[in-house]
Design a binder for this molecule. Structure first.
Ligand code: 5GP
Ligand code: ZN
Length: 115
């Protein structure tokens, strides 16, 4: 897609620290980390939103989840990690190409509302 930051990262028009790649997705380090380790798993196919995937597309997510689990030690995540998809305004989505945040490398806060 034109003007999509993550399509440009996938096509190497924008540099990134790429830690994993296969035919379907890449894992890069987030440019503005929200945890000691913060990566982004980005499918090579452009979906603006999670909600744009149809039933067959969701196989893509199964593949990505399994690969993240397999690669977790190589990524320094042997003590655990958190996966997040921000969908839409309430979640604060800023890049409209589906991506899964992978957070870890430290004990993560889990904020509850009203605290
Ligand atoms: P969102 O808020 O859409 O879920 O997350 C977008 C993420 O992409 C943010 O964590 C932001 O730091 C990251 N990001 C934005 N631009 C770039 C970039 O050019 N390179 C990398 N590696 N990450 C980026
Ligand atoms: Zn894109």
């Amino acid at each position: 897609m034109d003007n999509c930051i993550f399509c440009k990262i996938i096509d190497n028009f924008i540099p990134s620290e790429r830690l994993y790649e296969d035919g379907r997705f890449i894992i890069v380090r987030d440019i503005d980390p929200k945890a000691r380790l913060h990566y982004l798993a980005i499918p090579k196919k452009h979906y603006a939103y999670l909600s744009n995937m149809d039933a067959s597309d969701t196989q893509e997510l199964g593949h990505i989840f399994a690969a993240i689990a397999r690669e977790s030690e190589n990524l320094g995540l042997q003590n655990g990690y958190r996966l997040i998809v921000n969908q839409g305004a309430d979640a604060g989505q800023t890049v409209f190409h589906l991506h899964i945040h992978i957070l870890g490398g430290e004990a993560l806060e889990w904020r509850k509302n009203n605290e």
